[in-house]
Design a protein around this ligand. Structure first.
Ligand code: UD1
Ligand code: UDP
Length: 360
């Protein structure tokens, strides 16, 4: 029996891996779902299983938080005996978090093939932990599933064999398309006492923005200026909550939201201010203006065709937000293959690969 191990660990993994897990289930491909436990609060983990209709993990490694080395090592130590016992044919990892690299590394060292969902993205900023995870995971993967043409070009330039690269589109957008109607029907803005298109949303969790108190303070002060013109709702990531503490603010802070409430809020927002990778893509898919509080992005198509724009400092944040609030929304072109069928295309490739491997 050829078994596939699908791995998840952190919030964005659940959203981009759910369509893969569900498509394999639909085709009765034997699979195991492994949760590393990198994210563990109910609002950072269980809520996504419930709302995305994902099966409960077969194994939860329960690694929790720690330094990069501690977390990565714990995941590796936890996963190795599971893979040795079950001898899967393929391990599928997604995105760019520590769980992604740790699991890919364990698999490849055991001689097990690795598939990487969302391969090829590059910020070219090696101070980001995610960039290290992306580059290393891609170079030890056998099947690389890309979301946008820049990903294909990056992989080619790095010498990855063309036969390994499969441009399938965006699995995160598969989840979005599947759940958008249900998300809007919940009218989550009502809970915050605001009307559609009359509020903004914030998410922030990049270490470069939130770990250093003065940097975070500069960003919050700029966001508070924006909040004088439009109510801003900020579901606060636990990393960021540790830093914000009890600081008073005109911004409406709330706990991390479940997928459906967050998606519904995003869909009807006037603007979104974020440093999230996934949110840059979702706002492009929704045509909602997005300001990304970072000097770079690994997702250039969201700027070239989508609704995204980079803002590098407090002055740029306020000026760009004012432009959005004063202007008509910019026309957005939905990127190629962001059509809700990315997981179907990826699983087509995986199934053909499994069949070839079995018949060899
Ligand atoms: C991780 C990923 C990042 C991704 C983000 C998505 C890495 C290196 N970083 O960052 O790429 O964008 O997830 O959200 O893998 N915490 C809780 N409860 C939880 C999870 C975390 O309280 O359920 C707190 C802990 O104090 C922890 C901190 O958040 O130390 C950071 O968690 P961690 O998983 O290390 O990194 P993230 O910032 O979440
Ligand atoms: N998200 C959510 N609730 C929130 C904030 C974000 O469900 O309160 C979703 C969001 O829609 C997207 C994903 O989480 O699908 C992005 O994850 P995150 O920003 O944590 O990680 P990144 O994409 O930056 O790695």
């Amino acid at each position: 029996m050829t078994l596939v191990c699908n791995v998840v660990g952190a919030r964005p993994n659940f959203i981009k891996m759910a369509p893969i897990v569900l498509e394999m289930k639909r085709r009765s491909i034997p699979q195991m779902l492994i949760h590393t436990g990198q994210h563990y609060d109910a609002q950072m983990s269980q809520v996504f299983f419930d709302e995305l209709g994902m099966p409960q993990p077969d194994v939860d490694l329960g690694v929790g938080s720690g330094s990069h080395a501690t977390q990565t090592a714990r995941i590796m130590l936890g996963l190795e005996p599971i893979l040795v016992e079950h001898q899967p044919t393929l391990v599928v990892v997604g995105g760019d978090v520590n769980s992604t690299l740790a699991c890919a590394l364990v698999a490849v060292k055991l001689g097990i093939a690795v598939a990487h969902i969302e391969a090829g993205l590059r910020s070219f900023d090696r101070t980001m932990p995610e960039e290290i995870n992306r580059v290393l995971t891609d170079h030890i993967s056998d099947l690389l599933f890309t979301t946008e043409p820049a990903g294909n070009e990056n992989l080619r330039r790095e010498g990855i064999a063309e036969s390994k690269i499969h441009f399938v589109g965006n699995c995160m957008v598969d989840s979005l398309r599947r759940h958008i109607d249900q998300a809007i029907a919940r009218a989550p803005w009502q809970r915050f006492g605001v009307a559609p298109r009359e509020y903004g949303i914030i998410t922030l969790h990049r270490p470069a923005n939130v770990d250093e108190p003065q940097q975070l303070e500069r960003i919050l002060a700029a966001l508070e200026q924006v909040a004088r013109r439009v109510p801003l709702i900020f579901p606060v990531h636990p990393r960021t909550m540790k830093q914000i503490g009890k600081r008073g603010t005109a911004i409406r802070l709330t706990e991390p939201l479940g997928y459906l409430d967050f998606l519904g809020l995003m869909a009807r927002a006037r603007l979104v201010l974020t440093d999230s990778g996934g949110v840059q893509e979702e706002t492009t898919a929704l045509g909602v203006p997005c300001l990304t509080l970072r000097p770079n992005t690994e997702r250039p198509i969201t700027i070239e065709q989508g609704s995204n724009r980079l803002v590098r400092n407090a002055t740029e944040i306020v000026a760009a937000a004012n432009e959005i609030l004063d202007g008509a929304p910019r026309a957005v072109k939905i990127p190629a293959l962001w059509d809700g069928q990315a997981a179907v295309r990826a699983v087509n490739v995986i199934q053909a690969w499994l069949n070839e491997k079995r018949d060899r």
